[in-house]
Design a protein around this ligand. Structure first.
Ligand SMILES: NC(=O)c1ccc[n+]([C@@H]2O[C@H](COP(=O)([O-])OP(=O)(O)OC[C@H]3O[C@@H](n4cnc5c(N)ncnc54)[C@H](O)[C@@H]3O)[C@@H](O)[C@H]2O)c1
Length: 262
């Protein structure tokens, strides 16, 4: 089978579960060696072993807190020690939270911005410095969100962080393009993972969301992974600064569903 990423090395943050795991599995199935970087080393190790067996590609689980610069530098060093190169960075690790604006604490705001936005700056900078020093090309794909374009009630800190990710993506695409470093992002809609499980279990919340999605279903981690793999691959060699929506058509669907459709 043709493996378009054969010989390449990817670092996927937050690869222990959910969308990150689906991305890591997809890249490995396309021939990529994959670093499973996550806070949860036990889950990352189990995931990396399973993916190595099923794909035949080498994998490496590594512990990292993406908000911690020394830990991120250690992640790059361990990746280079094992695979001698890195070609692709997927900034996927993230958290979600609900807090009404008037009740939001400084700690809630700061944590969200740190994990969902500052980490993208930090991990990207560590990897980009390496690429520039080696005069190597590279591809970064960031996990933004439809809330990075629209808005989110009771999660203004999350929306602000993801809007920041979109701005960072487009600015880095401009600044680094001349070095053949591409920076793109995806904006998933509602994807069934641990992050959304409790909301999706609530019939009230879930029903309201579903009616706004033209395809009338949530997305799967694998559907996000396919789009991320495209942006990371050479099939997207001239795609730079793009924000790709994976949302069943929901973000720009302003029409209310007709009675017949409900
Ligand atoms: N699920 C959705 O509907 C959805 C929609 C849009 C965007 N996203 C984004 O996709 C990404 C993945 O979401 P998911 O639904 O798979 O979430 P998830 O909660 O299922 O998985 C997140 C992973 O990130 C890891 N992680 C969290 N903080 C970390 C840190 N500081 N350092 C290292 N690893 C850390 C966790 O251990 C976990 O393995 C996130 O950036 C999220 O904001 C998700």
């Amino acid at each position: 089978m043709f493996q378009r990423m054969s010989g390449q090395v990817a670092v996927v943050t937050g690869a222990a579960q959910g969308i990150g795991l689906a991305i890591a599995r997809r890249l490995a199935s396309e021939g990529c060696a994959v670093v499973f970087a996550d806070l949860n080393l036990n889950a990352a190790t189990a995931a990396a072993e399973e993916v190595a067996q099923s794909s035949g590609s080498p994998t490496l689980p590594l512990p990292v807190d993406v908000t911690d610069r020394p830990a991120v530098e250690a992640l790059l060093a361990a990746t280079l020690a094992r695979f001698h190169q890195v070609d692709i960075l997927i900034n996927n690790a993230g958290i979600f939270g609900n807090a009404r604006f008037e009740l939001m604490t400084d700690a809630e705001w700061r944590r969200m911005i740190e994990v969902d936005l500052t980490s993208v700056f930090l991990v990207s900078q560590v990897v980009v410095r390496h690429w520039l020093s080696q005069k190597r090309p590279g591809a970064i794909v960031n996990l933004a969100s439809i809330s990075g374009i629209t808005a989110f009630t009771d999660s203004s800190h999350y929306a602000a962080a993801k809007m920041g990710v979109v701005g960072l993506t487009r600015s880095l695409a401009m600044e680094l393009g001349m070095h053949q470093i591409r920076v793109n992002a995806v904006a998933p809609g509602i994807i069934a993972t641990e992050m959304t499980r409790r909301s999706l279990e609530s019939p009230e919340l879930s029903g309201g969301w579903l009616r706004r999605i033209p395809q009338r279903r949530y997305g799967t981690p694998e559907e996000v992974a396919g789009a991320v793999a495209f942006l990371a691959s050479n099939d997207a060699a001239y795609v730079n600064g793009e924000l790709l929506f994976i949302d069943g058509g929901g973000t720009f669907a302003w029409d209310k569903p007709s009675d017949a459709e409900r």
